[in-house]
Design a protein around this ligand. Sequence first.
Ligand code: ZN
Length: 195
Amino acid sequence: MPDRSTSSEPTETPVTSAPETPTVARKIYPIVKYGDPVLEKPAKPIAKFDAELEELAEDMFATMYGAQGIGLAAPQIGKSIRIAVVDVTSGKNPEAKIVLVNPEVTHGEGEKREEEGCLSIPGFRGYVIRPHFVTVKAQNLKGEWFEIRGEDLLARAFCHEIDHLNGILFLQHLSMLKRDLIKRKIKKLKKQGEW
Ligand SMILES: [Zn+2]
């Protein structure tokens, strides 16, 4: 989803006396780019809610933060399964971390046209109309169903990530002219070995 290009704040010098919370080294996945068929096919529902899925979610957050994204769907790391992570604060507020398993948009309201980008289509952006408010139904990492509402950027992130799970990219929401222009440019980049 839209990348947030604000630079991260400088890390503070660690205070040696403070008790350290054990940190697990997270796996940073390479992000699959446009052209890979995994991005354009519907992902499979998740039925197993185990420690492995929890690990995957944390690794997805780490991968997303590393790429300065605010959302990441499993197909973007080459896994065709229905899980996505969203954090519109880019890691600034741990409570803003949202994991969506098998999510669905159940309600949308209003319209908002904003510029959007995608970690799988780096360097390209386009205006996409999305609902201003959405309600999403999803499972958490324990398999429990919940409902969450999103407004503005959060609504946009939900829609963008759920689209990914359905094999849909933001390019499909652009005018044919704009879409073809981007596709042509990507083709050229591929030819030059830069994609
Ligand atoms: Zn995307």
